[in-house]
Every structure is written in C-alpha cells, then in structure tokens.
Design a protein around this ligand. Structure first.
Ligand SMILES: C[S@@+](CC[C@H](N)C(=O)[O-])C[C@H]1O[C@@H](n2cnc3c(N)ncnc32)[C@H](O)[C@@H]1O
Length: 353
C-alpha cells in the first residue's frame, strides 16, 4: 500500500506573495514594452481618446495581433486601458509617454529602454563580480565618450535629461532664494532646462550653461526658444580641467551620481580652484538614507544604474559632507527634498585665512 502525504492548498497570502515576486521578475518585460511603445509613438497616436488596435497597427506599420498583445501587457502594467475589446486608451501614467504632454517622459523612456542600456544591464553580474562598469565592458568605452561619438544618441540623452529635470528645475527656480543679479553657472547643465527656469523670471540674472561639447549641443536652441540668448551663454568645456571663473552661484545637478569618489573629488577641486571665494556651490541630487527602504525605489534604481553604466553612485549626506570638506568646502545647509525627490546641498569655499 502506498502512503500519500496530505497537502493543503496554498493560502491566498502565499499565492499573492508568489505573484508579487513573479511580477517583479517580469519588470524587464514591462520596461521593454514601454520602450517599444515609446519608439512606435503609440501614446501620441492614442492621445486623449481611445483608438482601435487595427488603426494603431496600420499607422505604425506593425503586425496587428502582436501589437494587440503588447497593448494588453501595457494595460496590465497600468500604462493603458482597454475600455472595449480591441480599443485602447491611456491612463494618467501612460499619458506621460505623449510627446505633447508637459510631463512627457517619452524620450526618457526611449533612452533608458534603448538596447544601449539594456545590454549594459545584461552585464550586471560582471559588475557585481568584478566591481567594473558593464557599459565599458560591453561597448569598450565610457558612457560620455560613447555619446560624444554618437550625436543622435547624445541628442536623445540630452532630451531625456531635460524631460527628467523639467519639474525639479521649476521647483529649484521657485523654491531656492536666487539673487536678482549676478551670474549662475550650471555645471554639466545639459540642454539648459534648469538655467532657463532659474533665469526666466529674474531679468537681472545672467547665466552660463557649461557642459561637454556633446552635452551642451542642444542648449543654444533651448536658450533661444526661451529668449535668453542675450544673458545666458552655452559654453563647452571639461569640468575636470576648468570651470568658468566669474560665477556667483555654481549649480551642479545630477552630476556627482555619474562619478566615483575620486572623480567627484576632482570635479570639486576644479570648482574650488576656479570659483571666486565669495561664490556659493549648490549640489542638487539624491541624498540616500543611511539604510535602504521601500519609500523611494528610484534612488536605488539610479544608484545601481550608475554602477553598471558610468561607474558612479548615489551618496548619503555624510558621504557628501566628507567629500566637500576634503576638497575645501564648508557645508552650510542640506535641504532634504528641496527639489522634489532631490535635495539641495549648499556649500561655500572654506575660508583659508
Ligand atoms: C546626468 S547628466 C545631468 C544633466 C543636467 N544637469 C540635468 O540634471 O538634467 C550629466 C551631465 O554631465 C555632463 N558631463 C559629463 N562629463 C562632463 C565633463 N567632463 N565636463 C562637463 N560636463 C560633463 C554630461 O554631458 C551631462 O550633460
């Protein structure tokens, strides 16, 4: 006679727990689907109404049955809705993929769902095993050297950064007490989105967007569109070599995350050597909590993304303080969450006297 072990049916909690892990494992499938949707411009075609999958397939020259399945996955992922069979609309989340949305993250999706980054992430195991950047391992060069050699990708990257920065730029411009006169230098300022927001309502203030030649390439168009060319210039340079010496405020947003500690200290030393003793340095970026939690996953996504791609890292307040003190700065304040999820660290050159 064979004996059988009694099995009880798994509890609902257990089933939900399994589904939650399986969903997270499938996160890359959702990311790929969002990237393809952005490439095809599906959100622009759907707009504020709903569109039949057949029309969308015709307009995107895609295979209708496959497109429909992609759209259903986007519904499952909260990006779209299917109000009636075969018809698709955007949710508020998905509407951010429209190019004409003031909240657009379309180019951000196109950039970070591009094979350039996906293939780098396939090298995560390499990064974890060796402590080396998977991007360089895969492409044989660093991210910014790659962008300098690929102008179209660089333009997409600059647009993606601009989209990501749009809201924090407004928060910084309205929340920080900038002077009405003087010069603000934005180091690694990309296409000038942040400086445009700062200068727009302060007619007595001047600005310099400082970035590498490929990084600053889109800035003249941004400044011209905002009517700021008479008091803001776009300047190409290398912040490891020198930075403009005539600023009153030096702002550097989402830059230190790109670099390891040695390079970050080198950038700070260049700033310290060139900026006037009376100037202020504003570092805008993520300040990591001392222990990880689930409240703001994006900062940990960025941290590991930097480890894989640029070799940089996010930092805690004490790490920022140590880096600044070592390079000749005195921290005056740390405004946690002063720019949405980002903080503003205000530092001044330490007095040598
Ligand atoms: C992550 S992006 C941030 C852009 C912008 N500050 C923002 O918050 O949207 C980092 C910027 O640093 C610039 N950068 C990289 N290496 C640089 C260098 N050696 N000198 C000046 N800028 C550099 C990049 O071109 C890029 O625009």
């Amino acid at each position: 006679m064979s004996s059988t072990t009694p099995h009880s049916a798994p509890s609902t909690d257990k089933l939900n727990l399994r589904a939650a892990l399986i969903e997270r494992i499938g996160g890359y499938m959702i990311a790929h689907s969002i990237g393809v949707a952005a490439e095809l411009g599906l959100a622009d075609l759907i707009g504020s109404g709903s569109r039949h999958c057949g029309e969308l397939a015709a307009e995107t020259e895609t295979h209708e049955p496959s497109l429909r399945r992609l759209l259903r996955l986007l519904v499952a992922g909260g990006i779209a809705a299917e109000p009636e069979p075969g018809c698709f609309a955007l949710t508020d989340l998905g509407s951010q993929l429209r190019a004409d949305s003031p909240d657009s993250l379309k180019n951000f999706a196109r950039m970070f769902c591009d094979p350039l980054f996906f293939t780098s992430w396939q090298g995560l195991h390499h990064t974890i095993s060796r402590g080396e950047r998977a991007f360089d391992h895969t492409y044989g060069t660093g991210v910014y050297d790659y962008l300098a050699q690929h102008p179209e990708t660089s333009m997409l990257f600059n647009e993606a950064m601009s989209e990501e920065s749009r809201h924090s730029a407004e928060q910084i411009a309205s929340g920080y007490d900038f002077p009405e006169a003087g010069t603000v230098v934005d180091l690694g300022g990309g296409d000038g989105t942040l400086l445009t927001a700062i200068l727009r309502d302060r007619p007595g203030l001047r600005g310099i967007v400082f970035d590498s030649a490929s990084g600053v390439a889109e800035a003249p168009a941004t400044l011209s569109k905002a009517g700021l060319t008479d008091r803001c210039e776009a300047l190409a340079g290398d912040f490891f070599q020198s930075v403009p010496g005539d600023g009153d405020i030096y702002i550097i947003k989402s830059v230190f995350q790109d670099w390891g500690d040695e390079e970050s200290r080198a950038i700070l030393r260049t700033c310290r050597a060139h900026m006037p003793q009376s100037a202020t340095l504003l570092i805008v970026g993520t300040v990591l909590p001392e222990t990880a939690d689930t409240s703001a996953p994006v900062m940990f996504l960025t941290d590991v993304n930097m480890m894989v791609t640029t070799g940089g890292r996010e930092r805690t307040e004490s790490e920022f303080r140590a880096m600044l003190e070592e390079t000749g700065f005195t921290v005056r304040s740390v405004g946690d969450g002063d720019a949405g999820p980002l903080s503003i660290i205000r530092a001044v050159p330490t007095s040598v006297a």
